[in-house]
Design a protein around this ligand. Structure first.
Ligand code: KG4
Ligand code: ZN
Length: 353
């Protein structure tokens, strides 16, 4: 089955062609980072308009790269949520319109399921079950992935997401948006421990996290610091987040009894976090699995791939709604735990956790 995937939930327009037998055949991405940089964050209306401008040229590009025609596609997958409503509507509208014109079905995909399953596109794909750490600009969650579509929330941030904390802290240090990569670069020139930041909820008896206090602590440090101190503050901030995530990772493995950890979402691109998690897990006989670096942040490949796995597992496709009721299916707020589990034909039924 040949799928076109469309991602437009935030500030990246991502397209990909995925074949359930042959894997990824083409990928194209346009990041709006430079456009939003002037405003210090994503401006939803500008994001929607830019998705409109980019999506068709990127679809042409990705089809040409894959060497397939529109007529050869079996279905169109798109991010239906969660995300910015206007931005999601662009991907949904294009997917529905194309599918209606081609007479093929659509598959709405949950953005976080796309992230969660993206390590399966990596060099060392994990077997199920596994623990997943989802760390993006909007989410920080620990999930137990029992089976495809069967996700159990183990814990999450009680305030800011980890990526949001990186972005806000970077702003305090005068770095451009998005702050995560810029802060990580600056941290390379600094030494953790020269300044001391808290490790919020490090010893809490659960898998919840809190990151907003870190940003407040950084703002107090920055007030009295010299610009020359910024690299040390960045290094200490990165170390504080990494300490918390590493400790919680070990707790999650202990709690579930699972041995495999998957890290997904933009913060999963952080090199220091990758190294610390790999060291901690392998020392205990476990393993850590990351998506390929360029698939950590938002992209179309993870959407086409998640849809492909669901298709391969026997999920029925929805007819394009434009040809039916005429209403597009987007869900700006959508709980990952509410997804219907997929039963792989022939596999024994698994009781819900
Ligand atoms: O998954 P993603 O592309 O978008 C969301 O769905 O949120 O994640 C973007 C987030 C941003 O907060 C960005 O600053 C962060 O991921 N990020 C990083 C790094 N690369 C991206 N944070 C820390 N270190 C990085 N290298
Ligand atoms: Zn994302």
């Amino acid at each position: 089955m040949l799928l076109l995937g469309i991602e437009s939930s935030c500030d990246e327009t991502g397209l990909a062609v995925y074949d359930t037998g042959r894997g990824l055949l083409g990928e194209a991405l346009h990041s709006q980072v430079a456009m939003h940089n002037d405003y210090g964050g994503v401006v939803p209306e500008l994001a929607s308009r830019d998705h409109i401008r980019r999506v068709i040229p990127l679809a042409r590009q990705v089809l040409a790269q894959a060497g397939v025609t529109l007529q050869e596609l079996d279905a169109i997958a798109y991010t239906a949520g969660p995300g910015l409503a206007g931005a999601l509507l662009v991907g949904a509208a294009v997917a529905e319109a194309l599918a209606t014109a081609l007479g093929i079905p659509v598959m709405p995909v949950h953005h976080l399921e796309g992230h969660l399953l993206s390590p399966l596109l990596g060099e060392h794909p994990p077997a199920l079950p596994f623990v997943a750490l989802l760390v993006s600009g909007g989410h920080s969650q620990w999930m137990a992935v029992h089976a495809l579509g069967q996700y159990e929330l183990l814990g999450e941030t009680v305030d800011d997401a980890a990526g949001e904390a990186f972005d806000k802290t970077a702003k305090l240090l005068g770095l451009p948006y998005p702050g995560g990569p810029a802060l990580a670069r600056l941290a390379l020139q600094g030494t953790p421990g020269k300044f001391r930041l808290p490790r919020p909820m490090l010893h809490s008896d659960d898998l919840d996290m809190s990151f907003s206090g870190l940003k407040t602590a950084v703002s107090l440090l920055v007030r009295d610091a010299q610009p020359a101190d910024h690299a040390d503050i960045a290094a200490e901030f990165q170390e504080a987040v990494t300490d918390v995530l590493t400790a919680k990772a070990l707790r999650a493995m202990q709690q579930t009894g699972f041995t495999r950890l998957v890290v997904a979402g933009g913060v999963g691109a952080n090199v220091r976090l990758r190294a610390r998690l790999t060291e901690a897990l392998t020392a205990r006989g476990g393993s850590v699995h990351f998506p390929p670096m360029h698939l950590c942040t938002d992209n179309g490949a993870m959407i086409a791939h998640a849809a492909g796995l669901r298709l391969a597992a026997g999920q029925a496709l929805s007819p394009a709604s434009a040809s039916n009721a005429g209403a597009f299916n987007v869900r700006p707020r959508w709980d990952l735990g509410s997804l219907a589990p997929i039963h792989i034909p022939g596999s024994p039924d698994r009781a819900a956790p």
